[in-house]
Design a protein around this ligand. Sequence first.
Ligand SMILES: NC(=O)c1ccc[n+]([C@@H]2O[C@H](COP(=O)([O-])OP(=O)(O)OC[C@H]3O[C@@H](n4cnc5c(N)ncnc54)[C@H](O)[C@@H]3O)[C@@H](O)[C@H]2O)c1
Length: 401
Amino acid sequence: VKGPRRTGVRVGLVGSAFMGRAHSFAWANVASVFGEVSRPELVAVCSRDRGRAAELAGRYGWGESEEDWRRLVERADIDLIDVCTPGALHKEISVAALQAGKHVLCEKPLANGLTEAVAMVAAAQEAWEAVGAQAVVGFNVRRFPAIRLAKDVLSGAGTLRHVRASYLQDWLVDPEFPMTWRLDRSQAGSGALGDLASHLIDLAQYITGQQIFEVSSLMQTFVAQRHVAAASSGLSATSGADLGHVTVDDAVAFVSRFADGPVGAFEATRFATGHRNSLRIEVNADDATVGFDIERPNELVVYRPDGGLEGFRCVNVTEGAHAYMQAWWPPGHVLGWDHSFIHQARDLLIGIVEGEKVRPDFADGLQVQRVLDAVERSARAKQWQTVQESEPSYGNHVLND
Ligand SMILES: NC(=O)c1ccc[n+]([C@@H]2O[C@H](COP(=O)([O-])OP(=O)(O)OC[C@H]3O[C@@H](n4cnc5c(N)ncnc54)[C@H](O)[C@@H]3O)[C@@H](O)[C@H]2O)c1
């Protein structure tokens, strides 16, 4: 017996490399895992490199490939634009899509600077009021079941005292590694700060339910010149002949105060030899500690007073009672990094059908952007800075000056 045909959301994807693949994987699989969502229609994928867009289309089932993202935004048969490009394009594509009445999923960080992020939130607000368009920012780490459990544990664990978070990578240790868009401020906005610490800031604010309101930071660029990449994708690249100036930070460290009292210590770097992709966060409350490491994504380390049986225990977050797990496999059958993108697609598709605003939305992305801005101001001034609800104070300055 055939059931009624439910119409899936029609998706257009911009960007066909690292995140383009991760998001394609999610759109292609979300309805197979989560029976409550209709299968999205993979209408078209766009990339500057038409060949790569066509290759991705063939692999994941996108109907068409395009070279110009504007063609996607203009199409009446696309409901949602998924922005997987470098930060320099986030605002232009997102605002155009929202003004065309489309839902938007935009990769993190929301923008390359505060002014752009403020404009994106204004466009999102208008589109929400006019047509109920979703505007979601791709902080996928929120969607690990272990992170949901961490938030639950902390909600009944007394006063929060410490947030300790680091995001360590090592793909820039080799000075011969070429200069990609990620090392160019005009393309990426900032370096380890916007790319890596933005995840930490969002996670910390999400898990604690508190906003960061002041910061004291340092930023460092260790290798100032590199050969410009001839080709790149994600964190891989091949070198060209020309030398270019690195205009972003290689590493950043900052301390912070949160609204209701906890203190934070954050570090993000691309020079932590041996650490390929180590995102760790630990929160200490008076009655519990929780710890998460993205390289062990199914585990949450928990400490709670327990009548003489205290100690750090490692909880395998794979029970049906844990977030998202009902739809997956029997307990103990573990998930990976890519599943967080499927969860992101699921939450967004459900929000679209139910008309409920999906978080983190562009306003959440803007709050993170305000913290990024304060961190930059602090590094430059060598002083504490408040996270302000104001326009940015920085222009295209060179770091370490
Ligand atoms: N959520 C995460 O964990 C995560 C991880 C990596 C990257 N990101 C974010 O995703 C975004 C993309 O990063 P990436 O690693 O996929 O980069 P990438 O270099 O692998 O891919 C960038 C893509 O953008 C396309 N592009 C660039 N200019 C374009 C244009 N004018 N028109 C159409 N397409 C264009 C390129 O062709 C390429 O396909 C960034 O904002 C980054 O911060 C998020």
